[in-house]
Design a protein around this ligand. Structure first.
Ligand SMILES: NC(=O)c1ccc[n+]([C@@H]2O[C@H](COP(=O)([O-])OP(=O)(O)OC[C@H]3O[C@@H](n4cnc5c(N)ncnc54)[C@H](O)[C@@H]3O)[C@@H](O)[C@H]2O)c1
Length: 238
């Protein structure tokens, strides 16, 4: 009987996975792996892995000769060495539409909160201070630009929601041609344009969000963050 290991998970129930496994004659086992060694030990006798956060590195893949497939809970495969998996003949899959609504809702919620100065106002009111001046000028969404880097499922959903709220939504994505408009009505611009336009038009109160996958090129930006990521995204020569 084929065996599949859920290396790690933080869901309350795996009854759906169990039902699919039972219906297909698969034995489902579970663990709480955090490290490479945890995975190698727990997965020695399995054909497939379902992974939340556990690291599926080259060392892990080479240490599991019986393994045939790795499936990630979620979109990103940055925790899986896909090249090593390919070399080992292991198929890697993901859940491409995981969390689109939730992440885009949250991204817009954070942007609106900052755009209206809510954290400062909330803190000020709780401290009994009048902080209205500190958040001025508060501009209408309809006078602001919302720039999104990475117009995939989440980025496009985020930009569409921002557009519906009145923002001028535009974005960059290497898969889209600058000068065109996406099916969600988002203007596609060159890489520099979201920031360039935002800076020129509304220097202090504009929104820019990045929703690309985490890979070698975007990782440098993600760890440096704080406005430096643009230098590390593709098209910048690194
Ligand atoms: N935190 C969470 O709960 C959560 C949930 C779902 C997804 N995510 C993450 O959000 C990211 C986006 O998810 P998605 O569903 O939109 O993925 P997606 O694959 O639909 O879209 C990613 C987009 O980014 C673009 N892209 C790639 N490299 C880029 C770059 N250097 N600059 C600009 N754009 C680039 C791609 O062309 C693609 O259109 C993924 O990394 C995913 O892991 C996080």
């Amino acid at each position: 009987m084929p065996r599949i290991l859920i290396t790690d998970y933080e869901f309350e129930s795996i009854s759906q996975e169990q039902a699919v496994a039972d219906a297909n004659g698969v034995e489902l086992v579970r663990a709480n792996c955090r490290t490479e060694d945890d995975v190698i030990e727990a997965a020695a006798e399995v054909d497939g892995l379902i992974v939340q956060y556990a690291p599926i590195t080259e060392r892990v893949l080479k240490g599991l000769p019986r393994l045939k497939a790795v499936s990630r809970y979620g979109v990103g495969v940055d925790t899986v060495d896909v090249q090593a998996a390919t070399e080992c003949g292991v198929v890697v899959s993901n859940v491409p539409d995981y969390g689109v609504e939730d992440v885009s809702d949250h991204a817009v919620a954070l942007a609106l909160t900052l755009a209206r100065g809510i954290p400062d106002l909330d803190r000020g009111i709780r401290d009994g201070e009048n902080v209205l001046d500190s958040v001025k000028p508060l501009r209408r969404f309809s006078s602001q630009t919302f720039g999104v880097i990475g117009l995939g499922l989440i980025g496009a959903a985020t930009a569409a929601k921002a557009k519906a709220l009145g923002f001028r939504a535009l974005g960059y994505d290497p898969l889209h041609t600058p000068g065109t408009t996406t099916k969600e009505g988002i203007q596609v611009v060159t890489f520099d344009e979201p920031r360039g336009r935002v800076r020129r038009r509304i220097p202090a109160r504009a929104v820019e969000q990045a929703h690309p996958p985490l890979d070698q090129r975007t990782h440098a930006g993600a760890v440096q963050g704080r406005g430096h990521h643009r230098e590390h995204l593709p098209g910048r020569g690194d």
